[in-house]
Design a protein around this ligand. Structure first.
Ligand code: SAM
Length: 232
């Protein structure tokens, strides 16, 4: 059994939360295959489908998943997945732009539950959820080498969804721009470690002699959030 790091353990814990015994889970960019091996060995999923678009990671996945109820497919993201084939999907360890590109390429092949772990710019992933009628049902920070955001999205009831005014109850009672950046559930949970990290980042950004546009935006959001909490 591969020992998953805290980042992938956090992802694994959010897959099949209702212990459904028939879940077929797809992992795009599976590389070492560790996530699916762990999910299969712990019987958290019934079948795994690993997708890789590079030879060495594809070979790694084939080797790791040999003998387990899994398929390894060579191809570009959801291009090698059939509509309705998956119960859930994970895409981890990539930039958010790549994750969103994969999801946007075949929207009809995205299952109702997705767990995403972008390395940077998580706001793009949250924005994808809002634009595509998904609700944030859980998000956590995995405190590994970096603080990694792990975002779990569930397709909302179609009747509730209106693309012109996306509403996800997770964003209620929280500053929208800050929530997009840091995560509405993470902000509401306000764990001491997260608050400490924001104070640290505020000090770092304030110490820079020049602030690029996105840093300036980030500092502004941090200051807003810290001011709200200081006033409580
Ligand atoms: C940094 S690794 C992350 C591996 C693993 N998911 C993890 O989180 O530890 C990213 C993997 O995604 C694969 N990848 C990137 N874009 C892909 C795409 N469009 N389709 C399939 N695989 C992709 C890469 O080949 C690479 O093995």
């Amino acid at each position: 059994m591969p020992k998953l790091d805290i980042r992938l353990r956090t992802v694994a814990a959010l897959i099949n939360p209702h212990d459904d015994s028939s879940v077929v889970h797809g992992d795009i960019g599976s590389d070492h295959g560790g996530l699916l091996v762990s999910l299969l060995r712990s019987k958290r999923i019934a079948k795994g489908i690993a997708v890789e678009n590079k030879t060495q990671p594809y070979d790694n996945s084939c080797c790791a998943l040999k003998g387990l109820c899994a398929e390894v497919r060579f191809g570009d993201g959801l291009a090698v997945i059939q509509p309705g084939e998956l119960s859930s999907l994970s895409i981890c360890g990539m930039g958010a732009e790549s994750i969103v590109k994969i999801l946007d390429a075949f929207p009809d092949r995205v299952p109702d539950h997705v767990v995403l772990q972008p390395n940077r710019q998580h706001e793009l992933v949250r924005d994808w959820g809002l634009r595509n009628g998904f609700h944030l049902n859980e998000e956590q920070i995995a405190w590994g080498h970096w603080p990694y955001a792990v975002i779990s999205l569930q397709r909302a009831d179609v009747s509730e969804f209106d693309a012109s005014t996306p509403k996800d109850p997770a964003y209620a009672d929280v500053d929208f721009e800050a929530a997009l950046l840091f995560g509405p559930l993470i902000l509401k949970r306000w764990e001491p470690k997260f608050a400490a990290r924001l104070y640290e980042e505020q000090a770092y950004l304030q110490g820079l002699t020049q602030l690029r546009g996105d840093y300036e935006h980030r500092l502004h959001q941090i200051q807003k959030v810290l001011a709200v909490h200081a006033a409580r």
